[in-house]
Design a protein around this ligand. Structure first.
Ligand SMILES: [Zn+2]
Length: 170
């Protein structure tokens, strides 16, 4: 998946849950900070030396949820909401990567991995994902209720999203 697809998914899920969308957009990009590590031969891959290792492990968003709820009990309610939104974006990234044959790790090492193997890597599958996300966005999400960091947004933001989608689908 490309970064644009991940951001779109993160924004969509956050908007569904009426969460601020900016933290989710950021969270949706973070797992791929490991992209520079590349993919060594399969037998040499560990959670820490390969793309889609530890940053793609479902334990990360689970841990973030615990941290968020802990912060909430301490009275940090704004940070709690932002962190939940960030986590939602993060988790949406992992869910999208599960569609792809490489999948994500779920144990204590690079293997075993969880994958739905729905799409071969490549453009066509991703275009379907983008179409699905955009149509869901347009049909189900009231765009006027988008919140960037707590403020509601108006039609200007809809215009912005359209520009973004055009950019992504080039
Ligand atoms: Zn990824």
């Amino acid at each position: 998946m490309t970064a644009g697809t991940h951001v779109l998914a993160g924004i969509l899920v956050a908007a569904f849950l009426k969460l601020p969308v900016l933290p989710a957009a950021v969270g949706s990009l973070i797992p791929d900070v490991d992209i520079g590590k590349g993919l060594p031969p399969p037998y040499r891959r560990t959670l820490f030396n390969s793309h889609r290792g530890i940053t793609h492990h479902p334990a990360v968003p689970l841990l973030l949820v615990f941290v968020a709820f802990f912060l909430k009990t301490k009275g940090f309610c704004d940070i709690y909401i932002y962190l939940i939104s960030f986590t939602v974006g993060y988790a949406s990234h992992l869910i999208l990567d599960v569609l792809n044959p490489l999948g994500i790790p779920y144990g204590f090492s690079y293997y075993p991995r969880f994958s739905l193997k729905l799409m071969k890597s490549g453009k066509l599958g991703e275009i379907f994902v983008i179409l699905f996300l955009v149509s869901t966005l347009l049909v189900f999400v009231n765009v006027k209720e988008f919140r960037i960091l707590g403020f509601s947004f108006d039609d200007k933001f809809l215009f912005w999203i359209k520009k973004f989608v055009e950019e992504v689908s080039k």
